[in-house]
Write a protein of this length. Structure first.
Length: 141
């Protein structure tokens, strides 16, 4: 009986470990695009300590804006962790977020974010344990 319980616990542990090692796709839908120009620069991060800045993104994308909605994917993302999407629309084609003092001068957005103060990791992150689809709304000042 002890052997059976031991084998069951190993099997359960192995199954949960394998789940964490699975890779998934994150589909990002960008809404709120009012200027049909420029490029959306997006980063996927799991670094809560530097959020909302992304110093070492796990994945990055650059997608040309050709309509009022943009969709792209981060593929082969390791499951079992928390992630957040950070993006901005580069309107002046300098490949960096334009700032007006301490405020963004170009449209920006975060996963799960509703503009009610500064974005926090707790508000913007999500656990990845299956394929995920998220909509990121662009905000402008």
């Amino acid at each position: 009986m002890k052997n059976l319980l031991f084998l069951l616990s190993i099997l359960l542990f192995s199954t949960s470990s394998l789940k964490a090692q699975e890779k998934f796709t994150i589909t990002v839908n960008v809404s709120g695009i009012s200027n049909i120009e420029g490029t959306i620069y997006a980063s996927l991060t799991n670094d809560a300590s530097s959020f909302p800045k992304v110093q070492n993104p796990l994945y990055s994308k650059a997608v040309k804006v050709e309509g009022d909605k943009v969709t792209f994917e981060f593929e082969e993302v390791l499951g079992g962790g928390d992630y957040a999407v950070v993006l901005f629309q580069d309107l002046d084609n300098d490949e960096k977020m334009g700032m007006n003092g301490s405020m963004p001068a170009e449209p920006f957005g975060f996963s799960n974010y509703v503009m009610m103060g500064p974005p926090t990791w707790e508000d913007c992150s999500f656990e990845l344990n299956k394929n995920k689809e998220t909509t990121v709304r662009l905000y402008s000042f």
